[in-house]
Design a protein around this ligand. Sequence first.
Ligand SMILES: [Fe+2]
Ligand SMILES: [Fe+2]
Length: 197
Amino acid sequence: MGYRMAGTITEQLARVEARVSELPKRLQAHIARARAVGRGLSAVLVADTGRVDLALAGHDLYRAASDEEMLAIADRRGIVPGALEIEQPLLLHGPLAAIWMADEGGVADKEVLDAVQHHTTFAPGLGALAATVFLADKIDPNKIQRRPWLSEVEQLARDGKWKAAVRSYIQTLDADLKRQGVTPHPLAQEAFDFLNP
Ligand SMILES: [Fe+2]
Ligand SMILES: [Fe+2]
């Protein structure tokens, strides 16, 4: 582990892609769509295309893991899940993917790791790279089909307004979750307030 194995970004991407190739096909297809969106969006939002692509390649490495698996891996990694993560273990899939990318993928780029870790909720203090990753994941064309309100998020993103796009996403999802009786993640609210224009 450590710096010597990190290698070039191409080598890091190859390690992540090898792992992705073991994931269920549907998930691989989502990852491919998000990466395609990310390539276009990174130019508009002035984020480094290669680093956005690396983050998107790895963002859902644990998306298909079961709740039990995610809680068990978190436990082995010394992550103490909060009440919200115990209630919704899916919230752990970003943090676990970031840990895999750092430890097994040799990725040392903190912005890439932060983007992966927080791709579900976003977080205060994140910049254009993480926003590009966050938004590319959310405006996967298949997701827009299921949730038509995402087209507004897409429009803001394509207009280069990543802060407004992220805020719009968080606000609408928050209302959605509350209707379903699901507790929204406090990091999303903190990010929303942080991005207040
Ligand atoms: Fe995800
Ligand atoms: Fe995703």
